[in-house]
Design a binder for this molecule. Structure first.
Ligand code: F6P
Length: 324
């Protein structure tokens, strides 16, 4: 192995900086020269590649976002774009890469390695969605759920004060992990996730009964953006028709879930994975995403990490039904 490159790609997630820092400092400690590639695959194509030293990653642990910036690159989906990227890596004798990202990032990495087998890539899971197979948690998930939890706590104050029903939409693309965890942590009355069929009539019956029984209309329903009802606006519209007695509001949390200071868990996870990623490259590994399963480092081939979605534990769904 000659030189190592590191980049972040796809949606940013809190903790990516801690991972970059670990990759850079581990590479240096093992005697490798390390380069940072800006804007993910876009920077690889545009030759926006910088040499990094220990100082270039000082004081970044606590920052959200990514100092290398990120992008969802359409050009890397073309053979032409990938050829340009390969040329720019070869120019600096970079033959090993740490890709910090999610599904799209690892899909691109897999194709790139098939076309240019002299480049080895390993990945670390950087996404708030927690939708990758082969790790208990992805980098950024813990921060995102804490941000969403705090936001919903605030919403609960005003919901209680006005006796209102709130439909709160959280991110997660087509996965419901953010919704499940924040819904449990905030004691939501219901959580709608894409992994299970959403029965709007059942939800309406529960809310109706609750109001008659409690005389309270204050409630929170957490909706994953990928749920088949279509999101919080659509779920609220259906509920409004059937529950005229409820004063209903909708909040879409959106990108606030992606930013902010990473939690301790995300910083530690990112640091451990960044360090192990460089060790994995030095051991000759390629085409795998590193993760932590039950406290141990795991290596999952990219195709499996992308395709085999994490499953929501049915006991957790049962827990919501019992407790709400
Ligand atoms: O994958 C992370 C994520 O934040 C998803 O939860 C969300 O669906 C998507 O990215 C939003 O992407 P963008 O920032 O490109 O709109």
């Amino acid at each position: 192995m000659k030189n190592i490159g590191v980049f972040t790609s796809g949606g940013d997630s809190p903790g990516m900086n801690a991972c970059i820092r670990a990759v850079v400092r581990t590479s240096i400690s093992m005697g490798f020269q390390v380069f940072g590639i800006r804007d993910g695959y876009e920077g690889m194509i545009d030759d926006d590649i910088i040499a990094m030293d220990s100082k270039s990653v000082s004081n970044i642990m606590q920052l959200g976002g990514t100092i290398l910036r990120t992008a969802r690159s359409e050009r890397f989906m073309t053979a032409e774009g990938r050829k340009l990227a390969y040329g720019n890596l070869k120019k600096r004798e970079i033959d090993a890469l740490v890709a910090i990202g999610g599904n799209g990032t690892f899909t691109g990495a897999k194709i790139f390695m098939q076309e240019f087998p002299d480049i080895r890539i390993v990945g670390t899971p950087g996404t708030i969605d927690n939708d990758l197979y082969g790790t208990d948690f992805t980098i950024g998930f813990d921060t995102a759920v804490n941000t969403a939890m705090n936001a919903i706590d605030n919403i609960k104050d005003t919901a209680n004060a006005h006796n209102r029903l709130f439909f709160v939409e959280v991110m997660g693309r087509d996965a419901g992990f953010i919704a499940m965890r924040t819904g449990i942590a905030t004691g939501a009355e219901a959580i709608l996730v894409p992994e299970t069929p959403t029965d709007m009539q059942k939800l309406i019956d529960i809310l109706d009964k609750r109001r008659k029984h409690n005389k309270s209309s204050s409630a929170i329903v957490v909706v994953a953006e990928g749920d088949e009802v279509g999101g919080a606006i659509e779920a609220a519209a259906e509920a409004k028709k059937a529950l005229p007695g409820y004063d209903i509001r909708v909040t879409i949390l959106g990108h606030i879930q992606r930013g902010g200071r990473p939690t301790c868990s995300d910083r530690v996870l990112a640091t451990r994975l960044g360090l192990e990623a460089v060790r994995a490259l030095a051991d000759g590994k390629k085409g795998v995403m590193l993760g932590i399963i039950h406290k141990d480092i795991s290596y999952t081939p990219f195709e499996k990490a992308i395709k085999y979605n994490q499953r929501i534990n049915p006991l957790i769904l049962e827990m919501v039904d019992i407790l709400s």
